[in-house]
Design a protein around this ligand. Structure first.
Ligand code: KG4
Length: 336
């Protein structure tokens, strides 16, 4: 089954062609990140306008790259939630129009379910159940992936997402936007014990996360150094911060997998690119005999292929949309 998949929930416009949920024939992405850099964060209206400009050309490019025609498309999958509402609306309306014109099914896909499915592309043998750590610019979740379309949140952030936190700290340290990647690189060779940062516990919710206290502690450390007129020890700050974020994410993810008796842990989202988090997860999984599934870096960020993969499983489960499909800024992952 050939699915044309559309993703436009933030600042990446992506159109992919995916066969039977696991084989990517084309994955074309255009990003408006360069424009957002001027403002130090994503400007929703600019993102929406960029999606409108490029989405049809991207679809043509994907068809050409895959060597198929519009007539070969069996269904259209699209991210319909969550995301910047104006941005998601562009993709939904485009996908709806394509499905309507071709007379093929329309498949609504939850963006975070899509991120989880990036692992089905990278690891053909991976099947649920597993625990998935989903960490991006807008999400920090620990999810029980019981089935391809059956999921439950085990832990969620009460405030900032991990990626948002990386971006804010990186900005204050002068590392630009988006700052997760540059901060990760800056941390290489730094002393991860140079700064003591707080561990966070959410009362009565041991798997829940919170990053605002960590962010404030980090900002205080930075301001103290700046007030003394000293140069920022960027590598040490970045290494200490990366270690502190990893300390929040990795033990909780492992605890969830062990409590459920799952032998598999997956990690997805832009922050899954972080070398400290990847390394700590690898070490923890090795110690406990749990298999770790990490997508390659190109599948960590937003892309269309992951939507095509999850779209296939939503289709098999009968989760189809119609011409009245709407877009949502927020939606529970368990609802699909
Ligand atoms: O999944 P993604 O591309 O977009 C969504 O938010 O949906 O994630 C982007 C986030 C940004 O906050 C970016 O700073 C962060 O992922 N990120 C990283 C790294 N690479 C990207 N954070 C930490 N370490 C990295 N190496």
């Amino acid at each position: 089954m050939l699915i044309l998949a559309v993703e436009s929930s933030c600042d990446e416009t992506a159109v992919a062609l995916v066969k039977d949920g696991r084989e990517v024939l084309a994955d074309c992405i255009a990003s408006s990140v360069e424009m957002h850099k001027l403002y130090g964060g994503v400007v929703p209206e600019i993102a929406s306008r960029k999606h409108i400009e490029v989405i049809a050309d991207l679809a043509d490019a994907a068809l050409e790259k895959a060597g198929v025609t519009r007539r070969d498309i069996d269904a259209v999958a699209v991210t319909y939630a969550p995301g910047l509402i104006g941005a998601v609306l562009v993709g939904v309306n485009f996908a709806k129009s394509v499905a309507y014109a071709l007379g093929v099914p329309l498949i609504p896909v939850h963006h975070v379910r899509g991120h989880i499915a990036a692992n089905y592309i990278a690891h053909r043998e991976l099947e649920p159940p597993f625990v998935c750590l989903c960490v991006s610019g807008g999400t920090s979740l620990i999810v029980d992936v019981r089935g391809y379309t059956e999921m439950e949140i085990l832990g969620a952030t009460h405030d900032d997402a991990a990626g948002e936190c990386f971006d804010k700290i990186a900005r204050v340290m002068g590392l630009g936007y988006p700052g997760g990647g540059p901060l990760d690189r800056a941390a290489q060779g730094g002393d991860d014990k140079a700064f003591s940062l707080p561990a966070v516990h959410v009362q009565d919710a041991p798997l829940d996360l919170s990053f605002s206290g960590l962010k404030t502690a980090m900002l205080n450390q930075i301001h103290k150094i700046q007030q003394k007129g000293e140069p920022l020890p960027v590598a040490d700050l970045a290494a200490s911060f990366s270690a502190a974020v990893s300390r929040e994410l990795v033990p909780r993810t492992m605890e969830a997998a062990q409590a459920l008796g799952y032998g598999k842990v997956a990690v997805v989202g832009g922050v899954a690119a972080n070398s400290r988090i990847r390394g700590d997860l690898e070490a923890a999984c090795q110690k406990t005999g749990i298999s770790l599934y990490l997508p390659p870096l190109k599948l960590c960020g937003d892309n269309g292929a992951m939507i095509g993969s999850q779209g296939y499983y939503e289709y098999l489960a009968g989760n189809l949309g119609d011409t009245d499909l709407n877009a949502y800024a927020n939606r529970e992952i368990s609802l699909g």
